[in-house]
Write a protein that binds this ligand. Structure first.
Ligand code: NDP
Ligand code: OXD
Length: 306
């Protein structure tokens, strides 16, 4: 069995020996133009050339949860695309989002500034009930984040395409319920896949529906957020701040107004990293399952785009 690896991030030196060790019966190699035909491709942001040349693939594995970069290419007809299904990402996402929500709610940025300037003063505790958190997307990551926030006794709302029932979470489903979901939320967390339906979803109209003093946490994709609309609502005071991990252009370009903005906390697309050994174990297990003719989790529905 031939397995090809390619990542636009150029980290093949560690992945190829790892995949080879997990798949001793296979020959694992780095994709280069003109490479021999493979059975499986393990990729992150591959080129169209790779997909065009590899006409005999039995499946394509995406080494991330989000497939937006992959599905915009012309994919070979009938070849299953399999994304990472948690593989250690959901606990990282829960840590990141809980940290951002609690940092905002408990005003830790203010305390850090006070302590740095030698000021000893307490802020009045704010009722938790005044900080309902709304999570756009209740999939593998969104559900884990919702459960983690509910554990801290925040009121939690969740929005998905299909109807869900989660303990401790007020669930909203479908486009018709988006306004009600937003109006019920003060902190908004985006954990949607990027598709034509979700691009620009955090825009002026939708963000204005959040409760006054709203706070935005984007950990999905930069194109979910209309940057100028966020900046305008921060200026007007309707929104009080944002924590952003993902951006329309990455790295965030020098001079972008998000840099140094007093109400915005930035991180460099690191909220939930692909963990190499967990991911290799998951992908190797799925290749073995496919070889045995068994179904695998994490199949991408190309019609929905996620
Ligand atoms: P899933 O596919 O498991 O979940 C997606 C969720 O979004 C589902 O609940 C789905 O609804 C919902 N959804 C999709 N489209 C719509 C829509 N039009 N209206 C309402 N709900 C919708 O994805 P994951 O949880 O695994 O990952 C989510 C995203 O997080 C990834 O696509 C990726 O872009 C991003 N990500 C970011 C990382 C980072 O480091 N910043 C790391 C990993 C992922 P339903 O359940 O009904 O299908
Ligand atoms: C992913 C990501 O989609 O890292 O896995 O953004």
């Amino acid at each position: 069995m031939q397995v090809l690896y390619y990542s636009a991030d150029g980290d093949s030196a560690a992945w190829i020996p790892g995949l080879q060790a997990a798949l001793p019966q296979a020959q694992v190699s780095l994709w280069e133009p003109g490479a021999a035909q493979a059975d499986y491709a393990v990729v992150w942001k591959p080129s169209q050339q790779l997909l065009d040349e590899q006409s005999g693939l039995k499946a394509i594995f995406n080494t991330g949860a989000g497939v937006d970069a992959l599905v915009q290419l012309k994919l070979p007809a009938g070849v299953p695309v399999v994304r990472l299904d948690d593989a250690g990402m959901s606990v990282q996402m829960a840590e990141y989002v809980c940290h951002a929500v609690i940092r905002h709610y408990r005003e830790f940025a203010g305390y850090e500034a006070d302590m740095a300037s030698g000021k000893w003063s307490f802020r009045k505790p704010r009722p938790r009930a005044d900080f309902p958190v709304g999570i756009l997307g209740l999939g593998v990551l969104g559900e884990r984040v919702a459960r983690a926030l509910a554990h801290f006794e925040f009121p939690v709302n969740g929005w998905s395409r299909s109807a869900k029932a989660l303990d401790g979470v007020q669930c909203f489903a479908g486009a018709n319920s988006l306004d009600a979901f937003l109006a019920a939320s003060r902190v908004l967390v985006c954990l949607l896949p990027l598709t034509p339906d979700t691009r620009d979803i955090m825009n002026q109209a939708h963000l204005s529906r959040l409760r006054p003093g709203g706070y935005v946490i984007n950990v999905a994709r930069g194109a979910h957020l209309v940057d100028e609309d966020l900046l305008g609502l921060l200026d007007s005071g309707h929104l009080s701040g944002a924590t952003l991990d993902v951006f329309r252009t990455e790295p965030l370009p020098a001079g972008h107004p998000f840099w140094g903005h007093p109400k915005i906390t930035l991180t460099p697309h690191t909220s939930a990293r692909t963990l190499r050994s967990e991911s290799i174990a998951q992908i190797a297990g799925k290749i073995a399952a496919l070889e045995r003719g068994e179904p695998v989790a994490g199949l991408v529905d190309l019609q929905r785009g996620y």
